[in-house]
Design a protein around this ligand. Structure first.
Ligand SMILES: [Zn+2]
Ligand SMILES: [Zn+2]
Length: 343
Protein backbone atom coordinates (compact mmCIF):
# COMPACT_ATOMS: atom_id res chain seq x y z
CA UNK A 1 0.00 0.00 0.00
CA UNK A 2 1.01 3.62 -0.43
CA UNK A 3 1.63 5.47 2.82
CA UNK A 4 2.90 8.93 3.61
CA UNK A 5 5.78 8.60 6.03
CA UNK A 6 7.26 11.29 8.29
CA UNK A 7 10.96 10.80 7.63
CA UNK A 8 12.27 13.80 9.51
CA UNK A 9 10.34 16.61 11.15
CA UNK A 10 11.39 20.23 10.69
CA UNK A 11 10.38 23.63 9.36
CA UNK A 12 10.19 21.93 5.98
CA UNK A 13 9.56 18.34 7.03
CA UNK A 14 10.70 15.43 4.95
CA UNK A 15 7.65 13.39 3.99
CA UNK A 16 7.88 10.42 1.64
CA UNK A 17 5.22 8.42 -0.17
CA UNK A 18 6.36 4.81 0.36
CA UNK A 19 5.19 1.34 -0.63
CA UNK A 20 4.63 -0.52 2.63
CA UNK A 21 3.04 -3.87 3.45
CA UNK A 22 -0.63 -3.72 4.46
CA UNK A 23 -1.09 -3.77 8.25
CA UNK A 24 -1.49 -7.21 9.85
CA UNK A 25 -4.70 -7.83 11.73
CA UNK A 26 -5.15 -9.18 15.25
CA UNK A 27 -8.31 -11.18 16.02
CA UNK A 28 -10.30 -8.09 17.04
CA UNK A 29 -9.00 -5.70 14.37
CA UNK A 30 -10.52 -4.41 11.17
CA UNK A 31 -8.63 -3.31 8.08
CA UNK A 32 -9.98 -0.08 6.64
CA UNK A 33 -9.47 1.22 3.16
CA UNK A 34 -8.96 4.91 3.87
CA UNK A 35 -11.44 6.99 1.85
CA UNK A 36 -10.44 10.36 3.33
CA UNK A 37 -8.30 11.70 6.17
CA UNK A 38 -8.42 15.21 7.64
CA UNK A 39 -5.17 17.13 8.08
CA UNK A 40 -5.21 18.33 11.70
CA UNK A 41 -3.01 20.82 13.58
CA UNK A 42 -1.84 17.80 15.57
CA UNK A 43 -0.33 16.43 12.33
CA UNK A 44 1.18 19.82 11.56
CA UNK A 45 2.84 20.02 14.99
CA UNK A 46 4.31 16.52 14.56
CA UNK A 47 5.54 17.39 11.06
CA UNK A 48 7.28 20.60 12.11
CA UNK A 49 8.83 18.93 15.15
CA UNK A 50 6.97 20.84 17.89
CA UNK A 51 5.16 17.68 18.99
CA UNK A 52 7.77 14.96 19.49
CA UNK A 53 6.61 12.83 22.37
CA UNK A 54 5.37 9.44 21.20
CA UNK A 55 6.07 10.12 17.51
CA UNK A 56 8.51 7.62 15.97
CA UNK A 57 10.68 8.24 12.97
CA UNK A 58 8.78 6.87 9.99
CA UNK A 59 5.41 7.55 11.63
CA UNK A 60 2.24 7.53 9.55
CA UNK A 61 0.16 10.46 10.80
CA UNK A 62 -3.55 11.17 10.37
CA UNK A 63 -6.33 10.48 12.89
CA UNK A 64 -9.34 12.04 11.12
CA UNK A 65 -10.22 8.96 9.13
CA UNK A 66 -13.23 7.77 7.20
CA UNK A 67 -12.80 4.28 5.83
CA UNK A 68 -14.50 1.21 4.47
CA UNK A 69 -14.00 -2.11 6.25
CA UNK A 70 -12.32 -4.51 3.81
CA UNK A 71 -11.23 -7.33 6.13
CA UNK A 72 -11.84 -8.30 9.76
CA UNK A 73 -10.06 -10.47 12.35
CA UNK A 74 -11.45 -13.85 13.45
CA UNK A 75 -13.15 -12.52 16.62
CA UNK A 76 -14.68 -9.34 15.22
CA UNK A 77 -18.43 -9.24 15.85
CA UNK A 78 -19.49 -5.58 15.90
CA UNK A 79 -18.35 -4.51 12.46
CA UNK A 80 -18.83 -6.15 9.05
CA UNK A 81 -16.94 -6.01 5.78
CA UNK A 82 -18.26 -3.28 3.51
CA UNK A 83 -19.33 -1.02 6.35
CA UNK A 84 -18.42 2.70 6.31
CA UNK A 85 -16.80 3.73 9.62
CA UNK A 86 -14.83 6.41 11.44
CA UNK A 87 -12.39 5.54 14.24
CA UNK A 88 -12.09 7.21 17.60
CA UNK A 89 -8.71 8.86 18.13
CA UNK A 90 -7.25 5.90 20.05
CA UNK A 91 -7.30 2.12 19.64
CA UNK A 92 -9.82 1.85 22.50
CA UNK A 93 -9.80 -1.65 24.06
CA UNK A 94 -13.44 -1.65 25.12
CA UNK A 95 -12.56 -3.46 28.34
CA UNK A 96 -10.64 -1.18 30.70
CA UNK A 97 -12.14 0.96 33.44
CA UNK A 98 -12.18 4.06 31.22
CA UNK A 99 -13.68 2.36 28.17
CA UNK A 100 -16.41 0.85 30.36
CA UNK A 101 -17.11 4.32 31.79
CA UNK A 102 -17.57 5.77 28.29
CA UNK A 103 -14.16 7.47 28.27
CA UNK A 104 -12.88 5.40 25.34
CA UNK A 105 -10.88 8.40 24.13
CA UNK A 106 -8.70 8.00 27.20
CA UNK A 107 -8.46 4.19 27.10
CA UNK A 108 -5.77 2.92 29.48
CA UNK A 109 -4.51 0.47 26.82
CA UNK A 110 -5.14 2.55 23.73
CA UNK A 111 -2.37 4.00 21.62
CA UNK A 112 -3.19 7.12 19.59
CA UNK A 113 -4.11 6.46 15.96
CA UNK A 114 -1.89 8.52 13.66
CA UNK A 115 0.43 9.20 16.58
CA UNK A 116 1.89 6.19 18.43
CA UNK A 117 0.21 3.86 15.89
CA UNK A 118 -0.01 4.09 12.12
CA UNK A 119 -2.74 6.47 10.99
CA UNK A 120 -4.78 7.40 7.96
CA UNK A 121 -2.22 9.12 5.73
CA UNK A 122 -2.15 5.78 3.89
CA UNK A 123 -4.33 3.61 1.69
CA UNK A 124 -5.08 1.20 4.55
CA UNK A 125 -5.14 1.39 8.34
CA UNK A 126 -5.69 -1.17 11.09
CA UNK A 127 -8.21 -0.22 13.78
CA UNK A 128 -9.53 -2.24 16.71
CA UNK A 129 -13.25 -2.93 16.28
CA UNK A 130 -13.98 -1.34 19.67
CA UNK A 131 -12.62 1.97 18.34
CA UNK A 132 -14.93 2.12 15.31
CA UNK A 133 -18.17 4.03 14.88
CA UNK A 134 -20.42 3.26 11.87
CA UNK A 135 -21.42 6.19 9.65
CA UNK A 136 -24.04 6.42 6.89
CA UNK A 137 -22.92 5.29 3.43
CA UNK A 138 -24.37 8.39 1.80
CA UNK A 139 -22.27 10.85 3.81
CA UNK A 140 -19.36 12.02 1.63
CA UNK A 141 -16.10 10.57 3.11
CA UNK A 142 -14.34 13.96 3.04
CA UNK A 143 -17.07 15.20 5.39
CA UNK A 144 -17.45 12.04 7.49
CA UNK A 145 -13.72 11.96 8.29
CA UNK A 146 -14.24 15.12 10.39
CA UNK A 147 -16.86 13.53 12.69
CA UNK A 148 -14.50 12.51 15.53
CA UNK A 149 -11.96 15.29 15.24
CA UNK A 150 -12.75 18.16 14.90
CA UNK A 151 -16.58 17.88 15.23
CA UNK A 152 -16.75 15.39 18.14
CA UNK A 153 -13.86 17.17 19.85
CA UNK A 154 -15.68 20.51 19.69
CA UNK A 155 -18.90 18.85 20.84
CA UNK A 156 -17.28 17.29 23.91
CA UNK A 157 -15.62 20.61 24.79
CA UNK A 158 -18.71 22.79 24.36
CA UNK A 159 -21.44 20.49 25.58
CA UNK A 160 -19.79 18.43 28.32
CA UNK A 161 -16.77 20.37 29.54
CA UNK A 162 -18.02 23.97 29.24
CA UNK A 163 -21.69 22.99 29.59
CA UNK A 164 -22.79 25.63 27.06
CA UNK A 165 -26.47 26.62 27.35
CA UNK A 166 -28.63 29.22 25.54
CA UNK A 167 -27.84 31.75 28.29
CA UNK A 168 -24.13 31.72 27.42
CA UNK A 169 -22.11 34.08 25.31
CA UNK A 170 -19.32 32.02 23.72
CA UNK A 171 -16.11 33.28 22.14
CA UNK A 172 -14.45 30.85 19.72
CA UNK A 173 -10.80 31.69 19.04
CA UNK A 174 -9.21 30.59 15.78
CA UNK A 175 -12.76 30.49 14.45
CA UNK A 176 -11.87 29.99 10.80
CA UNK A 177 -9.59 27.01 11.45
CA UNK A 178 -10.67 23.38 11.17
CA UNK A 179 -11.64 23.11 14.83
CA UNK A 180 -12.97 26.67 15.08
CA UNK A 181 -15.49 26.50 12.21
CA UNK A 182 -17.12 23.51 13.90
CA UNK A 183 -16.92 24.96 17.42
CA UNK A 184 -18.81 28.04 16.15
CA UNK A 185 -21.57 25.85 14.71
CA UNK A 186 -21.81 23.73 17.86
CA UNK A 187 -22.00 26.75 20.19
CA UNK A 188 -24.84 28.05 17.99
CA UNK A 189 -26.54 24.65 17.91
CA UNK A 190 -26.47 24.67 21.74
CA UNK A 191 -28.30 27.99 21.59
CA UNK A 192 -25.54 30.37 22.73
CA UNK A 193 -24.76 33.81 21.34
CA UNK A 194 -21.51 33.10 19.51
CA UNK A 195 -18.60 35.44 18.83
CA UNK A 196 -16.03 34.26 16.32
CA UNK A 197 -12.44 35.50 16.54
CA UNK A 198 -10.44 35.56 13.32
CA UNK A 199 -7.24 37.16 12.08
CA UNK A 200 -8.49 37.36 8.54
CA UNK A 201 -10.90 40.01 7.35
CA UNK A 202 -11.64 37.94 4.27
CA UNK A 203 -13.18 35.20 6.42
CA UNK A 204 -15.59 37.40 8.37
CA UNK A 205 -18.51 37.00 5.95
CA UNK A 206 -18.05 33.21 5.86
CA UNK A 207 -18.15 33.04 9.67
CA UNK A 208 -21.39 35.03 9.79
CA UNK A 209 -22.79 32.70 7.15
CA UNK A 210 -21.86 29.72 9.36
CA UNK A 211 -23.98 31.20 12.13
CA UNK A 212 -21.64 33.38 14.20
CA UNK A 213 -23.56 36.29 15.71
CA UNK A 214 -20.55 38.59 15.67
CA UNK A 215 -17.02 38.41 14.34
CA UNK A 216 -14.12 39.79 16.39
CA UNK A 217 -11.02 40.71 14.40
CA UNK A 218 -7.54 40.01 15.79
CA UNK A 219 -5.74 43.20 14.93
CA UNK A 220 -3.10 45.26 16.66
CA UNK A 221 -5.52 45.99 19.48
CA UNK A 222 -6.01 43.73 22.50
CA UNK A 223 -9.18 42.02 21.26
CA UNK A 224 -10.54 41.58 24.79
CA UNK A 225 -11.49 45.29 24.60
CA UNK A 226 -13.64 44.53 21.56
CA UNK A 227 -15.19 41.48 23.22
CA UNK A 228 -16.05 43.57 26.30
CA UNK A 229 -17.58 46.28 24.12
CA UNK A 230 -19.70 43.61 22.39
CA UNK A 231 -20.93 42.12 25.68
CA UNK A 232 -21.94 45.19 27.70
CA UNK A 233 -18.51 45.19 29.36
CA UNK A 234 -19.19 41.77 30.93
CA UNK A 235 -16.93 39.61 28.79
CA UNK A 236 -18.05 36.21 27.53
CA UNK A 237 -19.18 33.43 29.86
CA UNK A 238 -17.41 30.74 27.80
CA UNK A 239 -14.26 30.67 25.69
CA UNK A 240 -13.66 27.78 23.33
CA UNK A 241 -9.96 28.25 22.75
CA UNK A 242 -8.50 26.52 19.71
CA UNK A 243 -5.34 28.65 19.53
CA UNK A 244 -3.67 28.54 22.95
CA UNK A 245 -0.49 30.33 23.92
CA UNK A 246 -0.17 32.92 21.10
CA UNK A 247 -3.42 34.62 22.12
CA UNK A 248 -3.78 33.46 25.71
CA UNK A 249 -3.59 36.84 27.49
CA UNK A 250 -6.25 38.52 25.34
CA UNK A 251 -8.39 35.39 25.31
CA UNK A 252 -8.38 35.09 29.08
CA UNK A 253 -9.06 38.81 29.52
CA UNK A 254 -12.21 38.35 27.41
CA UNK A 255 -13.69 36.08 30.08
CA UNK A 256 -16.53 37.25 32.35
CA UNK A 257 -16.85 36.73 36.09
CA UNK A 258 -17.49 33.00 36.77
CA UNK A 259 -16.43 32.33 33.17
CA UNK A 260 -15.34 28.94 31.82
CA UNK A 261 -12.44 28.65 29.42
CA UNK A 262 -11.96 25.37 27.58
CA UNK A 263 -8.57 24.72 26.02
CA UNK A 264 -9.08 22.64 22.88
CA UNK A 265 -5.95 23.40 20.91
CA UNK A 266 -2.41 24.68 21.19
CA UNK A 267 -1.03 25.71 17.84
CA UNK A 268 2.47 26.71 18.95
CA UNK A 269 3.41 24.35 21.79
CA UNK A 270 4.47 27.39 23.80
CA UNK A 271 4.26 28.60 27.39
CA UNK A 272 2.13 31.41 28.66
CA UNK A 273 2.20 33.76 31.59
CA UNK A 274 -0.69 34.84 33.72
CA UNK A 275 -1.08 36.53 37.07
CA UNK A 276 -2.90 33.81 39.03
CA UNK A 277 -4.85 36.45 40.94
CA UNK A 278 -6.70 37.16 37.70
CA UNK A 279 -8.09 33.63 37.67
CA UNK A 280 -8.94 33.88 41.34
CA UNK A 281 -10.75 37.21 41.24
CA UNK A 282 -12.70 36.22 38.15
CA UNK A 283 -13.80 32.99 39.86
CA UNK A 284 -12.79 31.54 36.52
CA UNK A 285 -12.46 27.91 35.48
CA UNK A 286 -9.82 26.93 32.94
CA UNK A 287 -10.29 23.39 31.63
CA UNK A 288 -8.59 21.16 29.11
CA UNK A 289 -10.48 18.89 26.74
CA UNK A 290 -9.06 16.46 24.22
CA UNK A 291 -10.58 13.83 22.02
CA UNK A 292 -14.17 12.71 21.78
CA UNK A 293 -16.13 9.85 23.24
CA UNK A 294 -18.07 7.37 21.12
CA UNK A 295 -21.34 9.08 22.09
CA UNK A 296 -20.03 12.42 20.78
CA UNK A 297 -19.21 10.87 17.43
CA UNK A 298 -22.66 9.27 17.28
CA UNK A 299 -24.21 12.61 18.17
CA UNK A 300 -22.06 14.33 15.53
CA UNK A 301 -23.38 11.88 12.91
CA UNK A 302 -26.94 12.82 13.86
CA UNK A 303 -26.25 16.57 13.88
CA UNK A 304 -24.70 16.41 10.41
CA UNK A 305 -27.62 14.30 9.13
CA UNK A 306 -30.08 16.83 10.59
CA UNK A 307 -28.21 19.70 8.95
CA UNK A 308 -27.38 21.31 12.33
CA UNK A 309 -23.65 20.99 11.63
CA UNK A 310 -22.07 21.39 8.23
CA UNK A 311 -18.62 19.80 7.93
CA UNK A 312 -16.41 22.53 6.46
CA UNK A 313 -13.79 21.25 4.04
CA UNK A 314 -11.45 23.90 2.66
CA UNK A 315 -10.32 21.57 -0.08
CA UNK A 316 -9.17 18.03 -0.75
CA UNK A 317 -5.62 17.12 -1.79
CA UNK A 318 -3.93 13.88 -2.81
CA UNK A 319 -1.56 12.47 -0.16
CA UNK A 320 1.51 13.51 -2.11
CA UNK A 321 0.53 17.19 -1.85
CA UNK A 322 0.55 17.25 1.95
CA UNK A 323 3.20 19.99 2.06
CA UNK A 324 0.95 22.31 0.06
CA UNK A 325 -1.68 21.87 2.77
CA UNK A 326 0.97 22.47 5.44
CA UNK A 327 1.95 25.75 3.78
CA UNK A 328 -1.66 26.94 3.70
CA UNK A 329 -2.08 26.02 7.36
CA UNK A 330 1.07 27.87 8.40
CA UNK A 331 0.03 30.94 6.42
CA UNK A 332 -3.50 30.69 7.87
CA UNK A 333 -5.05 30.64 4.43
CA UNK A 334 -7.63 28.02 5.32
CA UNK A 335 -11.30 28.13 6.10
CA UNK A 336 -12.09 24.73 7.59
CA UNK A 337 -10.10 21.54 7.06
CA UNK A 338 -7.82 20.32 4.32
CA UNK A 339 -8.70 16.67 3.69
CA UNK A 340 -6.23 14.22 2.15
CA UNK A 341 -7.40 11.54 -0.26
CA UNK A 342 -5.18 8.45 -0.48
CA UNK A 343 -6.76 7.45 -3.80
ZN1 LIG B 1 -7.66 16.23 14.62
ZN1 LIG C 1 -9.81 0.70 27.18
Amino acid sequence: MKALVLESPGAIPKMALRDLPEPELGPRDALLRVLACGFCHHDRLAMIGVLRRGIRQGAILGHEICGEVVRVGSEVSRIRVGQRVVPLLTQACGECQRCLAGQEHRCLNGAGIGHAEAGGFAQYVRVRETALVPVPDDMPPEQACLLTCPIGVALQGAQDIAGVTPSDEVLVTGASGGLGVHAVQIAKALGARTLALTSSEGKMASLLELGADDVVPVGGLDFSEIVRAMTGERGVSVIMDTVGSPLFASSFHSLAQFGRMVLLGEVAGGNTQINLAEILFRDARIMGSTGAQRRHVEQAVQMVKDGRIRPVVHTTLPLKDVLIGLGWMTERKLFGRVVLLPG
